[in-house]
Design a protein. Structure first.
Lengths: 159, 390
């Protein structure tokens, strides 16, 4: 049931437990236990909500920052990664193959805040060689969800 | 002079589904559980292949029987799913949906006066298509207590010396019934003994929820007397592409190809290119959609259980077929009232034959949110009816 359960709650973590059990054809208690196990094993790392902030009056700016670093002896990229991801304003940190090493996403109230973070916090860390900042202008699709998609019924009636 | 009209056509009754949905289209806020087509979009990689074919200017006729590459993929598909080997050059015909294959298959096999056995409840086109060939349709009324499967006894009772073809529509629309290997073996034995040909409509073959679908054509001695019909509409969510196929003995396929050639020329070229992609790389899409349908199926069965509505557990297609006999009204009355009072549209079972009377076809090719709301309304409706009766 693991794969099917995960694929359902990945799309809808607010689903009612009873409904979840029915859809999986399992007992509710077994589903609860499995969820607990998945949480304990950190397979499930959290339950989040996808918010389209653009529709609110709250200003948010998101940036993708390419970071080149010098890996440290014995620690590789892990140490510098942790120094970056511990900043609360950092949303994601990925180790990346290709032209640079770490991809950092950052969410702030304004362009200025992001510029400050990059110049004052990120660039000044030891072992950072260079950074390249890209601002997100519009989100079309996020976490597998098309942001502006409307539910539609296009099927016409046939015999 | 009066308008020239063919008597057989004139006397055909229009589809009962259509009649019902003309009502629905007038209501804006109605929830429909009536449509018999997937709610999923065609998977993007398949659409993309169609677009690419257009970009490349592949806009000509294909050979009458369909692109050779596609027929080869169809042959591979039937081999890997059913273990049946069809020669792509002589035993496979690409058609405009499974429905064309039903029509021309019957036309290729039937002479006026031949009998065609049609188990019902069933999809609405078999009966008129049989009539149009001059055949005498012989109906078998399938029973709920057999989970709407066709039994050997029922078949034997329907056979006469004039019987030529048995239509075998499983997984079934509208009941969701399936026929498993043991069920089919009994039917196959009779067909061989009585020298009857089978038209096996397996359009929902990829959508079964209790083991894999078994084609009667895969049983010993049956490949030579079965026209297997399948298509892309239901399994790959490709209804609008209008693409299906027939596999069978070359003698019959050859005659079907003649009718197809004169009436249709060839199936849509763009769709054929897209279908090649579907067969090559679409297994995973089918698996995911089947998984989603199965969740909805379980959800509905549980909802019926909670409202004490009798329904056998269907293991195929995307329909459930609950009984509404306890309410003492016809399925058309029930469906009409349900629509009026609760604004939910489901198709009366009687639209699929006499034996569908007393049942309701509910399609679960709808989002779970839709189904949830519809079941809340059904529970309320059923509760009120019982209140009146009690």
């Amino acid at each position: 049931m693991r794969e099917e359960l995960l694929s359902i709650i990945e799309k809808n973590s607010r689903i009612d437990l009873k409904e979840l059990a029915v859809r999986l054809g399992k007992e509710e208690i077994d589903v609860v236990n499995e969820l607990q196990k998945l949480e304990d094993e950190r397979v499930i790392c959290g339950y989040h909500t996808l918010v389209n902030w653009e529709k609110t009056s709250i200003e948010k700016v998101t940036a993708l920052i390419e970071v080149k670093v010098t890996p440290q002896r014995g620690k590789g990229f892990d140490r510098i990664a942790s120094r970056i991801y511990n900043y609360p304003e950092v949303r994601d940190v990925y180790l990346i193959s290709g032209g640079f090493d770490l991809l950092v996403t950052l969410e702030e109230k304004s362009l200025k805040d992001i510029a400050m973070f990059v110049s004052e916090k990120l660039s000044t860390l030891d072992s950072i060689i260079s950074t390249g900042t890209h601002f997100i202008l519009k989100k079309y699709k996020d976490h597998g969800t098309i942001i502006d998609e409307h539910i539609r019924e296009e099927r016409e009636v046939i015999s | 002079m009066s308008v020239p009209l063919n008597e057989t056509v004139k006397n055909l009754k229009p589809s009962g589904i259509r009649k019902f949905f003309d009502l629905v289209s007038e209501m804006k806020d109605a929830i429909s559980l009536g449509v018999g087509e997937p709610d999923f979009d065609t998977p993007w990689h398949i659409r993309d292949e169609g677009i690419y074919a257009l970009e490349q200017g592949k806009t000509f006729y294909t050979s009458n029987a369909g692109l050779k590459e596609l027929r080869e993929e169809i042959s591979n598909y039937e081999k890997r799913t059913q273990g049946i080997e069809y020669n792509p050059l002589s035993e496979v015909l690409v058609t405009v949906g499974g429905s064309e294959a039903i029509d021309i298959g019957l036309r290729a096999m039937i002479n006026p006066g031949d009998e065609v056995i049609i188990p019902q409840p069933a999809y609405v086109s078999y009966y008129p298509c049989a009539l149009l060939t001059g055949a005498k349709p012989v109906i078998i009324n399938l029973k709920a207590e057999n989970e709407f499967r066709l039994t050997a006894e029922e078949l034997l009772n329907a056979i006469t010396p004039k019987t030529k073809v048995l239509i075998l529509p499983f997984p079934n629309n509208p009941t969701g019934a399936i026929m498993e290997r043991e069920d089919l073996e009994k039917i196959a034995k009779i067909c061989i003994e009585k020298d009857i040909y089978v038209m096996s409509d397996e359009i929902y073959g990829a959508l079964t929820y209790k083991g894999k679908h078994v084609s009667i054509a895969s049983l010993e001695g049956m490949k030579d007397r079965t026209i297997l019909i399948n298509g892309f509409s239901k399994s790959y969510a490709m209804t609008g592409w209008r693409l299906g196929y027939a596999c069978g003995p070359s003698d019959i396929i050859k005659q079907m190809t003649k009718i197809h050639q004169f009436a249709i020329m060839c199936a849509p070229t763009t769709s054929q290119y897209a279908a090649i992609e579907a067969l090559r790389n679409g297994d995973d899409d089918v698996r995911l959609m089947r998984g989603a349908y199965n969740q909805r199926r379980r959800f509905l069965m549980n909802a019926f259980k909670e409202m004490n509505l009798e329904c056998f557990e269907p293991y195929g297609a995307f329909y459930v077929f609950p009984s509404i006999k306890e309410f003492g009204m016809t399925s058309e009355e029930f469906a009409t009232k349900f629509l009026e009072k609760e604004r939910v549209a489901a198709v009366p079972g009687s639209a699929f034959g006499e034996s569908g009377e007393g049942f309701l076809r509910i399609s679960y090719a709808y989002s779970i949110e839709n189904l949830k709301e519809a079941m809340t309304r059904l529970a309320r409706f059923v509760g009120k009816l019982r209140g009146i009766k009690g």
